[in-house]
Design a protein around this ligand. Sequence first.
Ligand SMILES: NC(=O)c1ccc[n+]([C@@H]2O[C@H](COP(=O)([O-])OP(=O)(O)OC[C@H]3O[C@@H](n4cnc5c(N)ncnc54)[C@H](OP(=O)(O)O)[C@@H]3O)[C@@H](O)[C@H]2O)c1
Length: 333
Amino acid sequence: MINIAIVGATGLVGRTFLKVLEEKNFENCTYTLFASKKSAGVNIKFFNQDYTVNELKDNSFDNNKFDYVLFSAGGDVSKHFAPIAARNGCIVIDNSSAFRMNKDVPLVVPEVNPEKISNDSLIIANPNCSTIQAVVALKPLFDNYGIKRIIYSTYQAVSGAGQKGIEDFYNTQKGLNANKFPYKIYNNCIPQIDVFLENDYTKEEIKMIEETKKILNDDTLNITATCVRVPVLNSHSESINVELKTEFNIDDVKKLLAKSESIALLDDTKRQIYPLATFATDKDDVFIGRVRRDFSVKNGLNLWVVADNIRKGAASNAVQILEKLLEKNKGTE
Ligand SMILES: NC(=O)c1ccc[n+]([C@@H]2O[C@H](COP(=O)([O-])OP(=O)(O)OC[C@H]3O[C@@H](n4cnc5c(N)ncnc54)[C@H](OP(=O)(O)O)[C@@H]3O)[C@@H](O)[C@H]2O)c1
């Protein structure tokens, strides 16, 4: 029997973990749910059973109780509790940014760098939601043509900021003040996600740049990013402009993307078909459309990439990592 703990089980990502585990029939496991003191005692229905949420404490992982722990409770919680869990024999799959750029921590998107998934790791990091969908789209291009430069422009949903992001959307729609975002998100596009750094980029933009380099294992990539919060409930949309290293035929690029793992090509401009946030929501694929040559530069390409930030951008990606770890374990039994 595999023993799994879920930290942040009451949150947007945590509840989606439960949904994805149910969908994938992860039945032969025991589950223990954790959240903050505020949620201790709350009941959550999961696999048709009532699970009571426990308050996460320093002794929650004592006695090597768990094999795997899925964390989605923010960076501070991960920073404090993930090392405790790891010391108690668990493999941590962490959704926060706490360990992503730590050189000993694999940063994994299973379609892109599955070779980094190992039961020898203490902590495995899930990348930022906006990075995950971008690298799924870029990996086939990277492998087949090489990439010189990437320009990311994102249009990120309010759910990317958790339950409080969604509350801000509805509150500001009613005319109330913003609480989570720096300005009213309703009727606005806010060109700030996370805090500003010394170089005038936001932390989100630097995460996309650095995480892309780490996952594609190429420090020479030239990348820039502008990340924008938009008044959309769920699913992030991204315009990705890429300069490839070699020449390409646009039809070959479309065929390549269409046959790549976890990518669904929705690209028929004659019928006005392209990916939309409402269509991507509740699905695990990364949807790509508006694939076209950028005539302003040699070997330039434009893509429009949309995915559910809570599913592929967080919970589904983490559960895919867990599936691969379990497969590897079976192989060594
Ligand atoms: N939303 C996304 O699109 C997305 C995508 C990728 C990664 N992530 C990452 O996933 C994490 C969770 O995001 P979310 O969107 O699910 O946020 P959320 O809806 O605000 O949920 C936060 C969760 O963390 C729990 N929590 C807060 N403080 C805690 C503590 N001291 N001890 C234990 N649990 C605590 C909350 O429990 P209570 O209910 O008891 O407060 C809740 O279960 C964050 O690190 C975020 O960066 C989110």
